[in-house]
Ligand binder design. Structure first.
Ligand SMILES: [Zn+2]
Length: 237
């Protein structure tokens, strides 16, 4: 079962439900696609049994939120980072340089997998509970990083529960994001049925910065960022 084009670009969230498993009550419940609820519950239950509990850092994000993130970065209100995680000075950048720098870490509004409710950013629950200041860097998920055990567990277990890491390796588009997990079947179904025409029409009407330039780049974005992900079947790029 797939979702409507409005749901696939973050304009409608009726396909979502609350997800409470293993989550601190002081935080809001994460919002996930109701179709993946069972698989996600099983994943979190096994992590708990294996003593590598994780917590959700980021779940569903709507179109407007993604538009704000994108425009804030374009205007220099939010930091923009290099692939190595260093802050970049975008003041003197051309439009194409800015577009590529922002797209490395942030999706165009309407094309974020976080609109689908199938994708989540996770982190070591223990670290968060101990007050660790989460950065979401590759280093944190490396061999000596604070999420090293979780990362290994994800690599060993995600697929058994129907999940994968779409940004497990750098493929020339989005930076490596080992914390970003995705439901294989549901996300593929949404990707296969994605209505690019409706999305384009909506983005044209939006107040995204340098609207005309961005619309011209859509075919490029689709090929090098949106569809340029690691495969879910064997986690190989
Ligand atoms: Zn993410």
């Amino acid at each position: 079962m797939t979702i409507t084009w409005q749901q696939s670009i973050g304009l409608d969230s009726q396909h979502l439900c609350d997800f409470k498993f293993g989550f601190e009550s002081k935080k809001l419940n994460p919002q996930i696609n109701s179709l993946i609820k069972n698989d996600l519950e099983n994943l979190f239950a096994q992590a708990k049994l294996d003593n590598v509990e994780m917590t959700i850092i980021s779940d569903f994000r709507n179109f407007d939120k993604q538009l704000t993130i994108w425009n804030d970065k374009w205007r220099g209100y939010r930091p923009v980072y290099s692939k190595q995680g260093r802050p970049l000075n975008i003041d003197k950048m051309s439009s194409i340089e800015k577009y590529k720098s922002i797209a490395l870490w942030s999706a165009l509004p309407g094309l974020s997998r976080h609109h689908w409710g199938t994708d989540l950013d996770v982190f070591s629950k223990e670290a968060v509970e101990q007050g660790y200041d989460v950065q979401l860097t590759e280093e944190e998920f490396s061999k000596n990083g604070i999420c090293a055990r979780l990362n290994q567990w994800l690599d060993d277990n995600l697929e058994k529960f129907g999940f994968f890491k779409p940004y497990n390796e750098f493929k020339g588009g989005v930076a490596v994001e080992p914390w970003h997990i995705s439901h294989i079947k549901q996300s593929q179904l949404i990707l296969d049925n994605f209505d690019f025409h409706e999305f384009r029409q909506h983005l044209i009407k939006s107040d995204i910065c340098e609207n005309e330039f961005i619309i011209q780049k859509l075919a490029h974005y689709k090929e090098f960022y949106f569809e340029n992900i690691c495969k879910g079947t064997d986690n190989q790029c």
